[in-house]
Ligand binder design. Sequence first.
Ligand code: GMT
Length: 375
Amino acid sequence: MKIGIVCYPTFGGSGVVATELGKALANQGHQVHFITYSQPARLDFFSANLFYHEVAVRDYPLFDYAPYESALASKLVDVVRFEQLDLLHVHYAIPHASAAFMAKQILATYGINIPVVTTLHGTDITLVGKDATYKPVVTFSINQSDGVTTVSQDLKDDTYRHFEITKDIRVIPNFIDFNRFSLQPKDHFKKAIAPNNERILIHTSNFRKVKRTADVIKMFQKVQEVIPSKLLMVGDGPERSADEQLCRTLNICDNVRFLGKQDAIEEILSVSDLFIIPSENESFGLAALEAMACKVPVISSNAGGLPELNIDGFCGYMSNVGDVDDMAQKAISILKDDETLQRFKENALTRAKDFDLKKILPQYIELYNEVMQIK
Ligand code: GMT
């Protein structure tokens, strides 16, 4: 197949899923064309089956806001026509699904019928998409897609709840590539962070409000009072400064390190003992799955699709959103002795295997074949 993938090329979960999916399809011999405004973060190598087409947005003094959606639609028309693509797969509804719809209409005037698959990732539905600013366009473009997927049952339910959707939605969860995410021997790194063999807790995100990063710090403050431990805060975003200030106020700076954005996240996860994800909402929680694949158990909130990933009492625990006392207590119960911690670590890996790329990739290929047949 010749597949066009549209995504946000950043470190965000939707861009990561889109890029990893494209790489996996290319490994299977499909030709994959990424169409976006800059090189996707995890597409930094050469492969014979991978192509990247940059969407250039022309600036003009008249524009307060450059029309990216029009530039993207035009680029899609161009790439589909001249690379003879079989299918477009767009990740994140806004503005990718509507740009794909426009491209599809234009391509029809050339006698080309290009099927479009839209994957909804979370905030495109739960936060941004349901806002009246975008809702009619999001509803329309989902309904016009030939195939629609969500990354969890919860996101599927939310989509039907908030939008008037006439299309069938298929749940295809996030996946993990064990070739990259698995426990690596990084003892020297562990020693540097936790010289006295303290437990290492970790949070990775884009530090947006929805991640409730302050809860990570508040629960850690309670954990480190009982168990000698360190906290690694990985990533960057709007809440980081306030979180750093909170650490100063709580007087725990010696035990907390803000590492900023990191590429080799699997190496940092490999020295970690517990992953914290207390999000207000989380359609799936790819960051938690990456941790589990590296044998790191998870303390999560029970919001959104997190209960579809984290099995309470097996590979971690769940708490109500904002209940930092409960999160701290449950973290302590996992970290308190080596035997318990080891059991949760093994279980985390066991659970991650349910989302092995090898199991999930065929579900996308099956959907591609279905939408190509009805075209
Ligand atoms: O988590 C974020 O803020 C990034 C966001 C995105 O759209 O890139 O991630 C969403 O998509 C991921 C991949 O499908 C999911 O694993 C995340 O749970 C989801 N984030 C939210 O729902 C907040």
